[in-house]
Design a protein around this ligand. Structure first.
Ligand code: AMP
Length: 129
C-alpha cells in the first residue's frame, strides 16, 4: 500500500484540499512554493501513462478544478503542473503556484508551519467547487 493510499484512507494525516469519489487533493508536505498541491487518484497506479485514457482525462478534469481554486487562493503568476513520481510510486499531479522558474524546480523548498499549512489548505478548499 502506498503512502498516498494511507493518506487517502486517513491512516496518515494530510492537509486536505479537495476530494471526490475518485480523487484526493492535499498539500505537499515539502512544498516548492506555498500552496503546492498533489492530486492523486484513489486507485493506486504507479505511472500516469499506465492509467486508462478515461482515468487520465478524469484526473486532468479534477486537477483543473483544483488548479482554479489554487489560483484564487494563492497569489502567483500562474499555476504550474508537473508529474514526476520518482519518490512516491502512486500517480500524483503536482500543482504549483509559480512566479519564478525556480518554483517549478524541485530543489527550492518552502518551510511552512502547521498553522500555515492548515490556513492554506482551508483557503484553497473554500474556493474549490
Ligand atoms: P515525486 O514522487 O518525485 O513526484 O514526489 C513526491 C512528492 O510527494 C514530494 O514532493 C514529497 O514532498 C511529497 N510527499 C511525500 N510524502 C508526503 C506526505 N506524507 N504528505 C504530503 N506530501 C508528501
Amino acid at each position: 500500500m502506498s503512502i498516498f493510499t494511507k493518506i487517502i484512507n486517513g491512516e496518515i494525516p494530510s492537509y486536505k484540499v479537495a476530494e471526490n469519489d475518485k480523487f484526493f487533493a492535499f498539500l505537499d508536505i515539502n512544498p516548492n512554493a506555498k500552496g503546492h498541491t498533489l492530486v492523486v487518484p484513489k486507485k493506486e497506479e504507479n505511472k500516469i501513462f499506465d492509467l486508462s485514457k478515461e482515468e487520465y482525462l478524469e484526473l486532468m478534469d479534477f486537477s483543473y478544478s483544483v488548479a482554479k481554486a489554487l489560483k484564487k487562493a494563492v497569489p502567483c503568476k500562474r499555476i504550474g503542473m508537473s508529474v514526476v513520481g520518482l519518490e512516491v510510486p502512486h500517480v500524483h499531479v503536482h500543482l504549483i503556484p509559480t512566479s519564478i522558474m525556480a518554483d517549478m524546480q524541485f530543489t527550492k523548498k518552502e518551510k511552512l508551519t502547521n498553522d500555515e499549512f492548515i490556513e492554506i489548505a482551508n483557503t484553497i478548499a473554500a474556493h474549490f467547487n
